[in-house]
Ligand binder design. Structure first.
Ligand code: PAF
Length: 258
């Protein structure tokens, strides 16, 4: 595996996995999926300041370049790219505005977050020109908004990878206390075991350590409540444990159709 900072040293028409580092087995699954699309798998590690509306969250974001390098190599990444800030954001770079879905859910709680995400992803795509790019379904709203700006890059969705107890893998999980880690099981359990939005919410609030931000059934395409014409419904959940923001989602049977 080559570790590079300069984009000129990277193969274009590759399979690309953008990350913010603190890599874990969830990222590993994205790298493995990427290998199906190209022999050249490029992963980037760039903690993008533009998508953090909270300075504290940006400072606390785990940075583990040595471990990232080991993990990327283990999962078959051929080129690990650590872009510099100046390369991504040269003077006068264009800041994008994400589509209307960006104002809902994660975007309502984190104003400007998705503008930062689409700006960095488009910039990475423009620098690298990959053939395909792989993103996890854990950030389901991010995935939808990236599809809108992808243009010539084919976007591949990778399923959520879970810990043995069901918790969706996330770089933020390491910030949970032991008790918080146990309390966090309520999220995946509620998604799995509930059969309506009301029941989902009831199960989530039964865990006092979990502060619910939202727990909703949405139409996967519009992010609005499911209707008779909804093809796929997804339950989406976000909230905090020990001040750590946790997200999860699962496809469910549509309430409108039941
Ligand atoms: O999902 C992430 O890790 C980030 O939002 C991404 C897509 C790498 C952009 O910074």
């Amino acid at each position: 595996m080559k570790v590079v900072t300069n984009v000129q040293e990277l193969p274009s028409a590759c399979a690309f996995v953008p990350t913010m580092g603190a890599l874990h087995a969830g990222h590993g699954s994205l790298f493995t999926l990427a290998k199906n699309y190209s022999e050249e798998v490029v992963a980037s590690v760039f903690v993008n300041p533009l998508q953090f509306e909270n300075k504290d969250d940006l400072e606390k974001y785990p940075r583990t370049p040595e471990r990232d390098t080991e993990l990327a190599e283990k999962y078959g990444v051929t080129h690990l790219w650590f872009p510099t800030y100046e390369e991504i954001y040269p003077a006068g770079f264009t800041q994008l505005t994400a589509g209307p879905i960006s104002k809902l859910y994660e975007g309502a709680s984190r104003p400007g977050h998705f503008d930062g995400v689409v700006t960095v992803v488009r910039r990475l795509f423009d620098l690298l020109s990959p053939k395909v790019a792989v993103f996890g379904e854990k950030d389901f709203q991010q995935l939808a908004l990236i599809r809108e700006i992808a243009q010539d890059v084919e976007i591949i969705a990778a399923p959520i990878i879970r810990e043995a107890d069901g918790l969706a893998m996330s770089s933020r999980n390491v910030r949970l206390s032991d008790a918080g880690r146990i309390a966090a099981r309520v999220i995946s359990k509620s998604l799995r075991d509930s059969s309506s939005e009301v029941e989902l919410r009831r199960m989530l609030i039964s865990e006092p350590e979990f502060t619910v931000d939202y727990a909703d059934y949405i139409d996967e395409k519009t992010f609005l409540p499911p209707t008779e014409s909804t093809q796929f419904t997804r339950a989406i959940v976000a909230g905090w444990i020990n001040g750590v923001r946790l997200l999860d989602n699962m496809q469910v049977k549509s309430e409108a159709k039941r």
